[in-house]
Design a protein around this ligand. Structure first.
Ligand SMILES: Nc1ncnc2c1ncn2[C@@H]1O[C@H](COP(=O)(O)OP(=O)(O)O)[C@@H](O)[C@H]1O
Ligand SMILES: [Mg+2]
Length: 454
């Protein structure tokens, strides 16, 4: 009995240890990917010449990881053991192993494209940038598969003996997930990346908020309790309950017509409720009229941007501050908006209607930010935008969270919206059908099938 207990405890700690190592390595990669996104943004939107040595160090870092596996893909102990336990996982595990090989080649291509881009700047930028976007997307997918499928399945299926073997494999220098020596090399590379990273990006892991919100840290900001609403005789939202905590990104995903926009309209006070309760920072929101909600900090960026096309970019931004009157602070905020979205500064005298879709989305977000929201409601910000621009919009959303703005993100683009989210909800024909952390939803069978096409 006692022996058994000890065994179980040590197995759990071995498992925790092994998973801890993988998760930390993934976090390192996630941050590197975030940094690549920021550099990408800087290059495309701010038209900054890339810093070659920073890019090269980042490529070294990722490639190092890939190369370690490249030498012996069969030696990812975890993959081997997991494949033996569940043969159905073998194709996925094979694909993931192969991903390391392909990634390695892609990195070599990126190095070449970077060289060309530097030599002929700004020509060649687009080609480099597109290849980079494809690469980061593929790597994100890879990590998500590991985190969403491989690790949870390993937790379930691997035996005590398996975990012992996996942890013992840590001593094999060439196992990239477990080799101590290899991890020291990664650490060294990471330090180099940090030292090359411009301060405004905060370096690797310095400014980045935890992806997973620590439990109990965030106070409830908004609660929707059993709310229903109808258009005429037809009820389209049925007893929906949702909670948003201060500082979180909460994503609401669901197909066209599910009722996502209607729910946002309820929060903005533009759609009446049939029944239920809305509370914002402890107060009954149903008593607060729509105009007053903006002043209270609930601000919506509507679907399809809806900027004032015949007004200048600057006038659009100033309209966002209408609840605040004209003050030196507003002028300061305008300046900040231009720093956040340099393209808007460049086009401040243009009519909003002359901007591209992505620029209009930035303008719509800038306008909302001018009213100093505490809870920002975003209705399908990525709709109709090219993948590269979508990445940029999602990066901005991430930045806003880091600035302390709470975000309720409504999206049909489920994979990206959930990857970004602390927590999420799935809405189907007016009902919340699944809820959980962003990660949980990404790995939820039902969500994967219906919304992620996997
Ligand atoms: N103004 C309206 N009048 C009547 N029905 C509407 C109106 N707006 C939306 N609907 C209907 O309500 C349901 C939810 O729509 P909506 O909230 O726009 O969904 P989503 O934003 O998820 O695409 C859909 O069946 C839609 O046809
Ligand atoms: Mg909608």
């Amino acid at each position: 009995m006692t022996q058994e207990k000890t065994d179980t405890a040590s197995t759990q700690s071995r498992r925790a240890q092994a998973i801890g190592i993988i998760v930390r390595e993934h976090q390192g990669l996630w941050r590197t990917l975030d940094l690549l996104d920021q550099l990408q943004f800087d290059m495309n939107i701010n038209e900054q010449r890339p810093d070659e040595k920073l890019f090269v160090t980042i490529f070294d870092y990722i490639q190092h990881f890939a190369r370690r596996v490249h030498s012996q893909p069969s030696e990812i102990t975890l993959y081997r053991l997991l494949g033996a336990r569940d043969p159905e996982l073998k194709p996925l595990l094979g694909k993931l192993s192969n991903g390391y090989l392909v990634g390695n080649e892609k990195l070599n291509e990126l190095r070449e494209l970077l060289k060309t881009c530097m030599e002929n700047w700004p020509q060649g930028r687009q080609e480099f940038s597109h290849a980079l976007a494809r690469f980061t997307e593929a790597l994100r997918k890879h990590i998500k598969k590991e985190e969403g499928v491989v690790i949870p399945r390993a937790r379930e299926l691997l035996s005590d003996e398996d975990w012992r073997e996996i942890v013992e494999a840590r001593d094999q220098e060439n196992d990239p997930l477990f080799g101590d020596r290899v991890r020291d090399e990664f650490k060294e590379l990471r330090h180099r990346i940090v030292s090359y990273t411009p301060e405004r990006f905060g370096g690797l892991g310095l400014q980045h908020a935890e992806r997973i919100t620590p439990k109990g840290e965030h106070k409830e900001m908004l609660s929707v309790e059993n709310v229903a609403t109808s258009y005429g005789q037809i009820e389209v939202i049925h007893d929906v309950s949702i909670r948003i905590n201060a500082g979180e990104i909460v994503s609401l995903v669901g197909a066209n017509g599910a009722g996502k926009s209607t729910l946002l309209m309820i929060l903005s006070g533009l759609q009446p409720v049939d029944r239920g309760k809305l509370t914002f920072e402890g107060r009954d929101l149903l008593r607060v009229p729509s105009e007053k909600r903006v002043a209270d900090g609930i601000v919506q960026v509507p679907e399809g941007r809806q900027v004032f096309k015949d007004l200048s970019v600057q006038d659009n931004l100033m309209l966002g501050a209408y609840t605040r009157g004209r003050s030196p602070e507003v002028t300061e905020d305008l300046e900040q908006m231009y720093n956040k979205f340099p393209i808007l500064r460049q086009k401040r005298h243009n009519l909003a209607g002359e901007l591209s879709g992505g620029q209009q989305q930035m303008l719509a977000m800038g306008r909302a930010l001018m009213s100093r929201p505490r809870l920002l409601l975003l209705d399908e910000p990525s709709m109709g935008l090219a993948p590269l621009i979508v990445e940029e919009i999602f990066n901005i959303i991430r930045e806003l969270k880091e600035e302390g703005i709470t975000i309720f993100l409504v999206e049909q683009n489920a994979s990206q919206a959930l990857a970004l989210a602390d927590r999420g909800y799935v809405l189907e024909t007016g009902n919340v059908v699944v809820e959980g952390t962003g990660r949980e939803l990404l790995s939820n069978e039902k969500v994967r099938e219906a919304y992620l096409g996997m």
